[in-house]
Design a protein around this ligand. Structure first.
Ligand SMILES: CC(C)(COP(=O)(O)OP(=O)(O)OC[C@H]1O[C@@H](n2cnc3c(N)ncnc32)[C@H](O)[C@@H]1OP(=O)(O)O)[C@@H](O)C(=O)NCCC(=O)NCCS
Length: 161
């Protein structure tokens, strides 16, 4: 992490409302550069409020949260299969290493558990980031979701022990 006032910690239930806001704002500002208004509308929906995220997060063995300048700047979900699910950085905190720090936390956890491969369905928006972090493309696909088709990259990274 490049700044002293930024750090990564484990998710707590009290974070859910801030995560709901961060997700909505990031999708509507950052991902909206690469996807249509109709796609953005199903990606970030009104029912995805704090309670929705609290219920979702309870299903993940590990969720990391990054704080910067006193607020939640990003979050990342991972599973013991090596799956990296949501990884979102707030639009006010992009490009300062938050995504890197979250992914580093996921990699450290994976290595400590003997997980040798990370994989993710990666947005067009996040593809350059994952490529910069050593992920390679398995295939490009169009994934259907609520009547929209989302162009995504299936990516993976093999971890050295
Ligand atoms: C992708 C995302 C998580 C990156 O987070 P970030 O905190 O801005 O990333 P970092 O600052 O740690 O960047 C690390 C490296 O990734 C690369 N990178 C990040 N975004 C990039 C972009 N849009 N284009 C090119 N390179 C990029 C840079 O090379 C950077 O390296 P540097 O440190 O040498 O500059 C963030 O842009 C995001 O939240 N995007 C929208 C949500 C999303 O699509 N999430 C993924 C769903 S699959």
């Amino acid at each position: 992490m490049p700044e002293q006032d930024a750090f990564v910690r484990a998710y707590r239930e009290a974070d859910a409302e801030a995560i709901a806001r961060l997700y909505r704002e990031t999708v509507r500002t950052i991902n909206a550069r690469d996807y249509s208004a109709a796609q953005i509308a199903v990606w970030a929906r009104p029912e995805q409020d704090g309670a929705w995220w609290r219920e979702r997060m309870a299903r993940y063995p590990a969720v990391f949260v990054a704080e910067r300048l006193g607020e939640i700047a990003g979050f990342a979900e991972t599973e013991d299969s090596g799956h990296v699910d949501c990884l979102y950085v707030h639009h006010r905190h992009q490009g300062v290493g938050i995504g890197s720090a979250l992914l580093a936390a996921i990699e450290t956890r994976a290595r400590s558990r003997g997980i040798r491969r990370l994989f993710a369905d990666v947005s067009l928006t996040a593809h350059p980031f994952f490529r910069a972090k050593g992920f390679t493309v398995l295939r490009k696909k169009a994934s259907p979701h609520r009547g929209q088709r989302f162009e995504l990259y299936e990516m993976e990274k093999h971890l050295e022990p």
